[in-house]
Design a protein around this ligand. Structure first.
Ligand SMILES: [Zn+2]
Length: 209
């Protein structure tokens, strides 16, 4: 994907980005700036890649009889702004000016309902496998387009804004690579992804001094 920009409503204008508008979207509270980018992982069924099911879930067209695991998704109404597949292909479900329903019960720096003020990106993946180079590249190419339209000041995982309830994108997501390749300031990344402060280094064993 070459340079992309967000046009009307916050829809990416790029021939490689497919649009699959989700009905699970509404308006942000009036006057709300989008200041947070939330990263997720999803695979349906979990650990299986490449099927049509994520897009179907976000557009309320999932056949819950297609896999025994899907029964628990019946009636669920969720969405994200973007999905980045394993091959780096980007699907957009909601303009970034709109509120997608990706974060659920969540809190960032004391502020609840993160959907109000965030953009949600789903990476096709799971908690126990690395993400692909193509996915990092797609994230890096999205970053300038998102920053050009919205005053994003922090990146977090779902696991950071809903701790104890959510674990994605999980330990295999390389935040420092995402930050470096996407041109994000290290201070915008989750605190645990920042280079360790001197005080956080393991203490030397007493015999080494
Ligand atoms: Zn999530």
């Amino acid at each position: 994907m070459t340079a992309a920009r967000l046009g009307d409503g916050g829809w990416l204008e790029h021939p490689s980005v497919r649009r699959a508008p989700s009905p699970n979207v509404d308006e942000r509270p009036p006057g709300t700036d989008v200041t947070l980018l939330v990263l997720h992982n999803i695979s349906l069924p979990p650990g299986r890649f490449g099927g049509p099911y994520i897009e179907a879930l976000f557009t309320n067209t999932l056949d819950c009889a297609a896999d025994p695991w899907f029964e628990r998704l019946r009636g669920l109404r969720v969405s994200a702004h973007f999905l980045i597949a394993r091959d780096g292909a980007v699907v957009q479900f909601a303009g970034t000016d709109s509120r997608a329903w990706h974060a659920g019960v969540s809190c960032f720096e004391g502020r609840e309902r993160c959907n109000d003020f965030s953009i949600g990106i789903e990476l096709e993946g799971c908690d126990d496998q690395p993400f692909t180079d193509a996915q990092y590249r797609a994230l890096a190419r999205l970053a300038p387009a998102l920053r050009a339209r919205h005053p994003i000041r922090a990146l977090r995982g779902h696991e950071h804004i809903a701790p104890g309830r959510k674990t994605d994108p999980g330990p295999h997501f390389d935040w420092r690579r995402c930050g470096r390749e996407g041109g994000w300031d290290p201070a915008q990344l989750p605190p645990q992804a920042a280079p360790a402060a001197a005080g956080a280094l393991p203490a030397k064993a007493s015999g080494e001094q």
